[in-house]
Write a protein that binds this ligand. Sequence first.
Ligand code: NDP
Length: 288
Amino acid sequence: ASHPVSVLGLGMMGTALAAALLKAGHPTTVWNRSAAKTGPLAAQGATPADTAGDAVTASPLVIACLTTNDNVRELFAPLTAELRGRTLVNLTNGTPSQARELAAWAREHGISYVDGGIMAVPQMIAGPQAYILYSGDEDAYTAHRDTLAALADTKWVGTDAGLAALWDLALLTGMYGMDLGVSQAYALIGSAGVPAKEFAPLLLEWVVAMTHGMVPGTAEALDSGQHLTDVSSLAVNQAAVPNAAAAFAEQGVQDLLFASLRPLLDRAVAEGHGADGLSRLSELLRTP
Ligand code: NDP
């Protein structure tokens, strides 16, 4: 079935979202601050709106994808009358508290608010690996879920509007942590003149193998509260990690990773968790 949708914000991501809706056969109205960006979408069948207000009133489902949530607030603050009775799905990246504030503002004005976190780059939209996390007004989400599915797989994470941003940021945390580890690894091996390309297959295989065990293993430990290990104890890691830190110093390479990990390991052992596995560290981070 085809359902009218409006997309406001036609940057790299908003353009991909609107194109996916058009491709799925949904009548799509588009608006962008700099109007020229509606051109390519109009050529694909989108209806450009002259004003943001016109875009909002064109559809019961309004999708926003701007740079920041400050931009979202600024754009929609004068449009509460137009938005009343409609669903605003905000796919702008932001914090949990920003999403909760927008949800409260929307509730006050009779607007159904759903926040979303896009786990994809524009090129992945409507492809097999993309998904979007959603939270907030569950009835509105359920009503529009089939339409939203044209963008990417949908994953509902709860009625607290801040949850989509929290899940999104937690996933990004894993990615950036991996990025830091990989950057440090290349810097260390590169300091000995080893070409990155020679090291890459080993690094990839190692990281993938370790991640495959660690991610589900840590989840099981965290959910059961049982951190004792027969794999690798915190005490043995505490003894080994100074070697890595020393190697960075010897090679003249900056170390941000072990500088953070060491104090955490020291604390874990000092607090009597030496026999536990690395899964304990996540617990400790929650009680700094
Ligand atoms: P772009 O920089 O390509 O686009 C930004 C958009 O926001 C443009 O349409 C811009 O309008 C609009 N905008 C900015 N400020 C205002 C304002 N004050 N009033 C009205 N419109 C405004 O960014 P992306 O499309 O890449 O990203 C958009 C959102 O999607 C961001 O929150 C980003 O974090 C998120 N996202 C992006 C991903 C990506 O891979 N690109 C992945 C996941 C999430 P104008 O054209 O007039 O400047």
